[in-house]
Write a protein that binds this ligand. Sequence first.
Ligand code: HEC
Ligand code: HEC
Ligand code: HEC
Ligand code: HEC
Ligand code: HEC
Ligand code: HEC
Ligand code: HEC
Length: 299
Amino acid sequence: MNKKIYLIVLLAIIITTLGETVSLISGEHGFYSNQTMQDKCTKCHGDVKVQLSTSVQHSTKSCTFCHAKSATNHTNTVPDCQDCHANLKLNDTLEAHAGFVQLGSEGCIACHTTYNAIVNYSRAEYIEYDITDSNGNWSVSNFTTTGTLNLSYNANRTGGNHNWKNVSCQDCHQDIFDAVSRGGHAVVIDINGNGTQQAPYHNNTNSPLEAWCRTCHNRSDTKFSTQHAARRTTCDECHQAYGVQVHPGDFINTGIKSVPYLYRSLVCIACKSTGWQSPNPKIHFRVHEEPYFDVVVTQ
Ligand code: HEC
Ligand code: HEC
Ligand code: HEC
Ligand code: HEC
Ligand code: HEC
Ligand code: HEC
Ligand code: HEC
């Protein structure tokens, strides 16, 4: 479907702070005797201790809370996040990030910590199609995609995999935030406005932008199943669920459905951003894909 996305979670370069290295040749084995288990770990893993202590989550936990001592070796085991956090809805069919499941703990870390993540996207550059009105019924035809856009976004985080924090959509989706500031992505112009006003329900000027993202990509919208991080959606799917149908010719139930899932919302948005023109009898659209910035309409 002309969309390829892959994620690279940068593997850590672990640098144990040399200044804190234990003297292993101190002659006696009493070196640790007056220290707690935590102190022992952080003698060598001081960097991890620093990350943990500034975390939003887990900051009060000890190393051994997660790293149980192995029964057979002298080492401490590495846990999976899912050992303690099971049954998350990350593989729900409507979850936008189901692709992260296969990454295991690395996927969790990409969203939940200050470890760096690089998101690479490739998408079609343009979509083109005609909308035709035949006796009040609108249909989409001649749908094509042209060109390829290669996008890469680097979250530019310099922390570590033990520094848990609250999830930020913007860390990875900067391109969408940029598109929104240029009037793209899902900025919905009101049919009753003068071409500048946003539809009240979707207005993004009152709330922090990230809260606005989560109105449409709401993981716990009771009209749908529950997701872990964010819901993938289309304008028509949600409007059907909420019974908001303002289109002539049953466009929302039939016409729009012939467009591939990923591009449907662009068809809706392109029309709204060009002033809600009616096909009379036909309009040709050429729309730049995400990060979206222009729509060209010809009769
Ligand atoms: C004497 C120094 C030292 C002490 C003390 C120490 N470690 Fe380590 N630890 C290391 C070194 C060296 C490695 C290997 C580093 C690497 O692979 O990057 C390591 C690796 C690990 C790993 C990764 C194991 C793996 O399979 O990848 C974990 C988890 C770990 N340590 C936890 C702990 C915990 C928990 C404590 C305290 C109970 C502790 N360490 C105490 C030096 C130490
Ligand atoms: C809330 C659970 C949790 C706590 C608390 C925790 N760790 Fe970890 N640790 C993990 C997980 C999960 C991984 C595997 C990371 C991955 O897959 O990249 C890990 C990996 C490691 C590693 C392997 C190298 C690396 O960074 O990936 C070391 C070393 C380590 N931890 C040391 C520590 C030390 C020392 C402490 C205490 C200061 C600590 N951890 C506290 C969950 C925890
Ligand atoms: C050994 C068990 C254990 C492991 C392993 C573990 N956690 Fe946790 N986690 C907890 C507990 C217990 C809490 C409850 C809050 C607290 O006391 O910090 C928690 C809290 C959280 C929270 C906040 C939950 C909330 O309701 O706000 C997040 C997010 C989280 N963990 C993510 C992770 C991620 C990501 C990993 C893997 C890198 C991980 N955890 C590994 C036990 C664990
Ligand atoms: C695409 C990003 C993303 C990925 C991947 C991800 N999470 Fe989350 N996680 C979130 C968001 C968003 C929330 C809701 C809380 C918030 O908004 O900060 C959340 C919430 C949580 C919570 C709090 C309990 C809850 O359900 O609200 C835990 C625990 C948690 N995640 C653990 C994990 C673990 C473990 C993994 C890996 C299996 C994981 N997460 C993968 C984004 C993600
Ligand atoms: C760690 C980086 C990361 C974070 C944080 C993140 N995402 Fe994503 N997101 C991705 C990647 C990578 C994809 C593509 C996943 C795929 O196709 O498997 C994606 C896909 C999506 C999609 C499109 C799904 C589709 O197929 O139509 C939506 C919508 C989305 N994210 C919303 C959000 C929202 C809302 C948040 C904040 C709660 C968020 N993301 C946080 C990396 C991230
Ligand atoms: C979370 C579900 C949801 C999603 C996703 C969604 N909408 Fe909405 N939309 C609504 C609801 C609910 C209303 C409010 C209806 C009301 O005020 O009675 C609304 C209102 C509107 C209105 C104003 C309608 C009117 O009668 O004044 C327009 C236009 C609109 N949406 C277009 C869109 C477009 C275009 C998209 C896709 C980019 C979209 N919506 C995505 C739920 C959604
Ligand atoms: C008015 C509803 C609405 C709002 C608000 C909204 N989106 Fe979307 N978003 C959609 C729809 C509809 C799609 C198309 C989904 C599809 O076709 O898979 C989409 C698609 C996406 C995609 C996938 C794009 C692609 O081509 O791969 C990402 C990522 C995304 N949104 C993130 C965000 C972020 C981040 C925000 C906040 C800055 C946000 N969205 C706000 C409705 C919305």
